[in-house]
Design a protein around this ligand. Structure first.
Ligand SMILES: Nc1nc2c(ncn2[C@@H]2O[C@H](COP(=O)(O)OP(=O)(O)OP(=O)(O)O)[C@@H](O)[C@H]2O)c(=O)[nH]1
Ligand SMILES: [Mg+2]
Length: 346
């Protein structure tokens, strides 16, 4: 999954990117777009890896993309180039500044920054939608698609994000190729100074995040940088000192998985123990396709052991002997934590 770190110049995107990925990209202003891959920590994978002692253990991964918050020509908002780079992302993490940045004028105002980002995204989307509607008047319009675009226009004119429409209303299947911004899942990260790291999201901001159909989270990039530099034992003590329950990366991943409605299933064996990320509701055959297209094409059945059943009985043989192995067909909705063996024939 690809998540873009977006936001205005100097909000701390590169600093957040560094703490999440363990990379050391210079902070300050601007720079190039950067990619960093992060393993999704999962204690279930750690346990399965102990049991199977495989040659290889593979965690699920998230790709972070750090997008410089280049200003528009009037020194405000985001440049067309920045907006274009944002359009390439599957999901967005908006980093809001809530710390004094000596290089910027004025005190931090995250609520107004979120409003400004939203307004700018709405206007960019409206331009695309109106252009499509204009063109539709000339060529032969598809009635369904036209209705969807009219609905999108009305939604945007009320300054509501497209993500507030259902997949059906949006006619989402037909939308690929339209580089819209407000239909992307949005995670808002409030980047705070050290002394406020453990305080909850302020009410006004929480309300706005809710209205926009987004999810919110608080972090302090400077605190996280310190945590990342410690060894495992000291990390726990430091988190407790700061009154934090877990690192920002762990919270970030959990929040992102919830927002995007993602779950993991596992494959196990002597060669590899591996986590796979899918959308909740994905059926067994499509999930098998994540592993290899042959498994989807030649799918016969899936043999499934829920992780908790495996833990209760201790081995795959014990699960079979107890008659607890689930034999599932192609339409079985894979559940979070399913250990799956796909039987196939090509
Ligand atoms: N005190 C404090 N300073 C921070 C924090 N996060 C970032 N900074 C500082 O703010 C400045 C800008 O941070 P960057 O991470 O480069 O900001 P950016 O959003 O990547 O900026 P652009 O790439 O220009 O859009 C740097 O000097 C950082 O050290 C934080 O949590 N607390
Ligand atoms: Mg940057």
């Amino acid at each position: 999954m690809r998540i873009g770190l977006v936001g205005f110049a100097g909000s701390g995107k590169t600093t957040v990117f560094n703490t999440m990925t363990g990379m050391d990209v210079p902070v300050g202003f601007g720079g190039d777009v950067r990619l960093g891959i992060v393993k999704v920590p999962d204690t279930r994978i750690d346990v399965l890896s102990k049991v199977f002692a495989p040659k290889k253990t593979t965690y699920a991964e998230i790709t972070f993309c750090d997008i410089p918050g280049e200003h528009g020509a009037d020194k405000r908002g985001l440049s067309p180039k920045a907006l274009q780079q944002i359009r390439d992302q599957e999901a967005l993490c908006l980093v809001l500044r809530d710390f004094e940045n000596p290089a910027l004028e004025g005190a931090p105002d995250p609520v107004s920054d979120l409003e400004a980002f939203h307004t700018e995204s709405v206007l960019a989307d409206l331009e695309i939608v109106e252009r499509r509607l204009d063109r539709a008047k000339k060529d032969k319009p598809d009635a369904l698609e036209l209705a969807a675009f009219e609905r999108m226009k009305a939604t945007l004119e009320q300054e509501r994000p497209l993500r507030s429409l259902s997949a059906d209303e949006l006619n989402r299947d037909r939308l690929t190729g339209f580089a819209l911004l407000t239909d992307r899942p949005l995670l808002v990260a409030l980047n705070r100074s050290e002394e406020n790291a453990a305080k909850a999201l302020p009410d006004a901001l929480a309300r706005l995040i809710d209205e926009l159909g987004a999810a919110g989270l608080v972090l302090s990039a400077s605190v996280e940088a310190e945590i990342a530099g410690l060894d495992a034992a000291d990390q726990a003590a430091f988190l407790e000192d700061m009154r934090l329950e877990e690192s920002a990366l762990a919270r970030f991943i959990r929040t992102a998985y919830g927002l995007l409605d993602l779950i993991s299933f596992f494959t196990v064996g002597e060669d590899e123990v591996r986590a796979w990320t899918i959308r909740r509701g994905t059926k067994a055959r499509a999930a098998a396709g994540k592993i290899h297209s042959d498994l989807e094409r030649g799918f016969i059945r899936a043999e499934v052991t829920p992780y908790h059943v495996f833990m209760e009985l201790g081995s795959e043989q014990a699960v079979k002997d107890a008659g607890r192995l689930q034999v599932e067909g192609k339409d079985y909705p894979v559940a979070d934590g399913d250990i799956m063996h796909v039987r196939f024939n090509v």
